[in-house]
Design a protein around this ligand. Sequence first.
Ligand code: J2J
Length: 550
Amino acid sequence: MMRTGVVGWPREAADRYVASGLWRRRPLGSWVWDWADRYGHRTAVVDGAIRLSYREFAERTDSLAERLLGLGLKNGDNLLVQLPNCWEFLGLFLACQRIGVAPLLALPAHREHELAHLADLADVAAIVVPDTLRGFDHQSLAARIAAERRRSCPVLVLGGEPDPGHLDLSAMLSPVSGAAERRSRLDALAPEPEEVAFFLLSGGTTGLPKIIARTHNDYEYNVRRSSEICGFSPETVYLAVLPVAHNFALGCPGVLGALSVGGRVVMCPSPRAAIAFPELARERVTVTSVVPAVARTWLGAADAAGPDLESLRVLQVGGSVLPADLAQRLAPTLGCTLQQVFGMAEGLLNYTRLTDPPFVISTTQGRPISEADELLIVGPDGRPVEEGETGELLTRGPYTPRGYFRAPEHNVRAYTPDGWYRSGDLVRRHPSGNLVVEGRIKDQVNRGGEKIAIDEVEDLVRRVPEVADAAAVALPHPVLGECVGVCVVPVPGSEPTLARIRAHFEERGVAAFKHPDELRLAPTLPLTAVGKVDRKRLLDLFAVPQPTAE
Ligand code: J2J
């Protein structure tokens, strides 16, 4: 069932990807029994005290898939998922793949502002949330969003007591007998491989988060090729510490990559060293992926405690700039190989190779995973720069969709007419052939790997009654890399504080990582000669400390 608003690959490119064997025309749901048949009694997933074999995992996944059908969900429907790292996420993700329901992967940090928009845009047919998480009542929020939907929208809840009318996700994952018959019933419902398998979120550069539709064909390749490059094998034990709703921990190679080669996945609810290190030691984890901000805290913890990280072979780091000092210290301190990853939910993935020389690993962000990845590095005039010069990275390829989901106006700016994705990243090619990320031209804050659209923040700040005008900027931050600064022109006679502005974000239900970190008040915004906000002068305002009443 084709969804509307999906920008597919042109016929010619799709045929080429199939003919060259990159696209195998297999729906992601076929993984479930491929894995169970091959790796049956091996442990697939560990989550705290829970350990499930591939076979148990397949039976539970299929049982859930059939119960989802029982709720009236069907091929072509979309479902909003907001779950922390837990085995149930994987069961749900794959149950959806069995029946052509596309999960939209929201982050645990998202709140009403984001979720209501996503539920609407994707016209979701069900919502799945934890009861509460870190003190926040997700169940009540999901109920409010479901009530706003024009169609009936069941709410599935993980943990706690489901409220009347809500369903218990754990119960829906309990195995029912008759696995073989159910398997063939569900096989008959497999979606077409060129259809949407699931939705990732883009930090976006304008407005609310954009939705990226990933297809079975493209993501199967994304995962398979990533696993190959990262040397994943049945010996792999992958620790999921970043949210698995992120492309990185999901399929680069992530949890799906580890499972698809018969490895073991350990679901960890937090990247904090105090939580992740004991898991790492207990399960003899061989590989994990983190953002630089987490890597920095791990370095400190490893220095201090000398914990048993001996099993760790590869640490993947990506999502934001990895400072050189950190890059050099990680491998020796943690006793593993560093792999830099420059990826994007929009598609293109670059990895340093495990065999690259150490100086290449610590100073570059890797190279594309596919020979079919097309890259252009262009100057402001849109023409390719000289070899080795810095320019904006444009890309097309077998796992880089040609447009955002249901965003035709934005697509005109974010993609060229012939389908190149404008990454907004400034890169240059290193003599080794790898890419070096030099900066970006998109209006975004990269706060510890979380992407925040500048104009979304500005728009929210302008809604504070005491604010006449506002501009936001990415400020340097010692741990997060960047954080959010806002410069406000107050309404005459008022003096908005940072606390006041943050409270406004809270009231509107905006994800906490987007709340401004620093505030400056100014009589006017600094403007350029053509009347645009002068970001350079804006940044200068933050160089001088300004006492604000908080
Ligand atoms: C500098 N900037 C980077 C890096 C991403 C793997 C890893 C990361 C992501 C991701 C991902 C960077 N150095 N090493 O999806 O599968 C910035 C760039 C890029 C944007 C994409 C994956 N790695 N970035 O971070 O969709 O600006 O994906 O365009 O969240 O992060 O963000 P996102």
